[in-house]
Design a protein around this ligand. Structure first.
Ligand code: 173
Length: 321
């Protein structure tokens, strides 16, 4: 018995280096967010640990941010397999399938989505329409806000030009704004030149690209929940061994399970904005409630207009509290 075990171990030790080398797969990963953003800092920390743990199994090769693949083209790059993996948000790949932008409207944490069937539904739609494996949601607890350089005293944006992505388009449009879409990488210049009077962004991250230089007000309350996720090309997934799949799923879950961190980050960023002199325009009482209700109503109307089949089902699933 003992002898057999030793022999088996010795054989395994001999076989290991060769077999391991043959089985290592390297996945090419990009970020739709600029490399200066904190999302990328955090992603790179995670990638380092994946590569450490994944020696001989799976490696991630970070290709870059929007300079490698422009923000709004990352979704198609994952769909077609130009890259294997990406960190992006649904608003950046509505050109692949419009339902992508609905993730901002979920009303429960991703941990619960994994328990109540919502996550399975998301995976089904992402696979069917995007040729993607929806791996994990790695940002949540980050409400979006409207940031302004001109004050408002009620939720009325008539006469204001606001930078948007699909996240905010329907809502800010419903409030009367003239909307203009830019990738995050083009926002600084738009603000500096006065091309826009404000922009949408989550509670955290405005310092990463120095937008605070050109930000005077934040409108409260926030609305929706910023979603940033990891996506994998489905063909790349199919080529992975069972062991590699297990490893990858374990690693993405380790990152997702740390999402409570974003609550702390939100508080820190709120404080940092105050210190930077950004004033809060706080809508009160019924006006605040109407503002948030209008955000969800306009958001869902937009999704359902573009997706009459999946949209209503998503609203039903995502609105559970
Ligand atoms: O660019 C954006 O404002 C945007 O759509 C977004 C989405 C998720 C997180 C951060 C920004």
């Amino acid at each position: 018995m003992k002898k057999t075990l030793v022999a088996a171990l010795a054989a395994a030790a001999l076989a290991l280096p060769l077999a391991a080398a043959a089985q290592t797969t390297t996945l090419r990963i990009v970020s739709a967010f600029p490399e200066s953003s904190f999302y990328v800092t955090r992603l790179l920390t995670w990638i380092r640990s994946v590569n450490e743990e994944g020696k001989g199994v799976l490696q991630l090769n970070f290709i870059g941010g929007p300079k490698a693949i422009p923000t709004f083209e990352v979704g198609n790059a994952v769909r077609t397999g130009v890259v294997d993996m990406a960190m992006s948000t649904g608003a950046y790949y509505t050109n692949v399938f419009p339902e992508s932008d609905a993730l901002k409207l979920t009303r429960m944490p991703v941990a619960e989505q994994r328990r109540n069937g919502v996550f399975d539904y998301i995976q089904k739609v992402w696979a069917e329409k995007g040729n993607m494996v929806y791996l994990a949601r790695i940002v949540e607890h980050q409400p979006f806000h409207l940031y302004l350089n001109k004050p408002i005293d009620k939720p009325d944006l008539k006469g204001l030009k606001i930078r948007v992505t699909p996240v905010y388009r329907d809502f800010f449009g419903a409030l009367g704004a003239t909307v203009l879409q830019t990738a995050p990488g083009e926002l600084y210049t738009a603000l500096e030149r006065g091309v826009v009077d404000g922009y949408g962004w989550p509670i955290g991250g405005i310092f990463d690209n120095n937008w605070n230089d050109h930000t005077r007000y934040r409108v409260d309350p926030g609305f929706y929940d910023a979603e940033v996720s990891l996506l994998l090309n489905q063909d790349a997934w199919k080529k992975l061994s069972a062991r590699q799949r297990d490893f990858l799923l374990t690693q993405v879950r380790l990152l997702e399970n740390r999402n409570d961190y974003w609550k702390v980050y939100g508080e820190q960023e709120t404080e940092r904005q105050a210190k930077a002199g950004i004033k809060v325009i706080r809508l009160q009482g019924a006006q605040a409630q109407e503002y948030v209700d209008k955000a969800y109503a306009a958001g869902w109307a937009g999704i359902i207009k573009n997706s009459p089949v999946y949209g209503p089902k998503m609203r039903e699933l995502f609105s559970q509290k």
